[in-house]
Write a protein of this length. Structure first.
Length: 132
């Protein structure tokens, strides 16, 4: 089974108290769960370039400053993903769901109450730990 490389932006508000989440559509893999916006990397694309492209295409923002947080691999029954998580601490534009997805700013302290794809859970746990 081949590995799918994915970039995801953990987009913080100006006070770093909230993060922007997107709700996966029901028909998508791991549907009806919240996720950090992003998507698949193109062949030969750097993580930073993929992050900038995906966030522009999916939520109509331009990354101003980002830092790699961590890379995780996860095996689902039907696919193997390698997720590259980046903290986005500065951006321009107003986020909107270009593909019709619901977006929401969520307080970091409230992340524990939401359902995320299994591969995202270690990052969510880490973020929650930052506030405790």
């Amino acid at each position: 089974m081949s590995v799918v490389d994915v970039v995801a932006g953990i987009i913080f508000d100006a006070r770093a108290e909230h993060v922007l989440l997107a709700l996966r559509k029901p028909e998508q893999h791991q549907g009806d769960r919240w996720e950090f916006p992003g998507g698949k990397m193109e062949p030969g694309e750097s993580q930073a370039d993929a992050l900038a492209r995906e966030l522009s295409e999916e939520i109509d923002i331009q990354v101003g400053h980002s830092v790699h947080r961590q890379t995780l691999e996860h095996h689902y029954a039907d696919k193997h993903v390698r997720l590259h998580f980046w903290d986005v601490t500065a951006f321009s534009g107003t986020p909107r769901g270009v593909e019709g997805q619901r977006l929401e700013w969520v307080a970091i302290a409230d992340l524990a109450a939401l359902k995320f794809p299994d591969a995202n859970q270690p990052v969510v746990d880490g973020l929650i730990g930052l506030t405790g």
